[in-house]
Design a protein around this ligand. Structure first.
Ligand code: SF4
Length: 351
């Protein structure tokens, strides 16, 4: 929803200022799916806005719901024809997290990621980013009765968390991403708390420092995946510019400013980064940063997007976790959701 256009519409039609508050509340808080549902407005006004304004900046091409009802993926067609994907995940009953995209494709080229294989097409605007959350808010309102863990009405069936972990690298589109965070945390609009928002980066060092200064309360996640420069260079081109030493320094500065927990994502790749030596290198990296209690490793199952790579077995993942714990590193094996509908980490490719 383009707020500036809405303000302009109200001014051009000489409508009183309080109308803006009424419309914003209905759209952003109540999750109406069309202007005609805003019953605090006269019928004539509803019809006029419906004709002249767009609620969402895309059309919904397809929505896929996983069999367990814990993840839902939407394919969205932007007005220029480009396609993006967004995912809604319920890791716990009643908790829904929206995983949103910030670019069409991605320039970072991580070898294990379907989005990376698409290449970069364009940045999303702040409106296109926040409209994904708006869409899920509307979707949950309309479909709340469909989901077993969510049958208590809209109150208990809303988006609670937002993660910038869909298509794209947030720090490559920081202007629009930072604007979108302001919209999501604006009390008159979405009203999310900063701590319910997470930004995930492939490891752009100056982006990490910028985020610490601009949004110290927003959560940070880093796709680390490898604890040696040699392996990270091979699989994540970002490492050629921002290697592990730069990442270490950026994290040190991040902790000086925020003192907040950071999640390091680590996909488990069979025979590539899942040996005892890899765990030792990872633990050394963590301890070299300091503030070990603020660093948390999430071990993630690799969702196959490439023939050359295979996921580590459950046993190997468990052993890797034990190895890290020997070195006093906080570690969780994260449950993978949405693989069957290609909505899991690294699987989004606009298809
Ligand atoms: S993992 Fe993230 S940064 Fe890397 S290519 Fe995929 S979308 Fe881009």
């Amino acid at each position: 929803m383009n707020i500036k256009k809405l303000q302009q519409f109200l001014e051009e039609n000489n409508l009183p200022k309080f109308r803006l508050g009424q419309i914003q509340k209905a759209i952003f808080m109540d999750g109406v799916s069309s202007f005609s549902e805003i019953t605090t407005l006269s019928k004539n006004l509803r019809e006029k806005i419906e004709k002249e304004m767009q609620l969402l900046s895309f059309e919904v091409e397809k929505v896929l719901v996983a069999e367990d009802g814990q993840s839902i993926k939407a394919l969205l067609k932007l007005f220029d024809g480009n396609l993006i994907e967004t995912v809604l995940i319920s890791p716990k009953p009643g908790i829904w997290s929206a995983c949103i995209s910030c670019q069409v494709g991605c320039a970072m080229g991580c070898r294990f990621c379907a989005t990376g294989k698409m290449g970069f097409k364009r940045d999303l605007t702040d409106e296109e980013i926040t409209d994904q959350v708006l869409f899920w808010r509307q979707y949950l309102k309309k479909n709340s009765k469909l989901f077993g863990n969510c049958n208590l009405g809209f109150e208990n069936c809303d988006v609670k968390n937002i993660v910038y972990m869909g298509m794209g690298e947030p720090f490559n589109n920081w202007k629009e991403v930072s604007e979108s965070i302001k919209i999501l945390t604006d009390e008159k609009l979405f009203g999310f708390g900063s701590r319910s928002i997470s930004v995930s980066t492939s490891g752009i060092a100056d982006g990490i420092e910028r985020m610490a200064n601009e949004f110290p309360q927003v959560n940070l996640a880093i796709s680390l995946h490898f604890a040696s420069d040699e392996k990270r260079d091979r699989f994540m081109p970002v490492n050629k510019k921002d290697n592990l030493e730069k990442l270490r320094n950026a994290l040190k500065k991040y902790f000086q400013i925020t003192k907040r927990k950071v999640f390091l994502e680590y996909i488990m790749l069979d025979g590539i980064n899942d040996a005892a030596l890899d765990a030792k290198l990872l633990a050394d990296f963590i301890h070299s940063i300091g503030n070990t209690h603020l660093l948390h490793i999430n071990l993630i199952r690799y969702n196959m997007t490439s023939e050359e790579l295979k996921p580590s077995s459950k046993t190997r993942t468990q052993l890797f976790k034990q190895e890290l714990e020997k070195y006093n590193v906080n570690t969780t094996i994260r449950k993978s959701l949405g693989e069957e509908i290609k909505a899991a980490c690294g699987q989004l490719a606009g298809e």
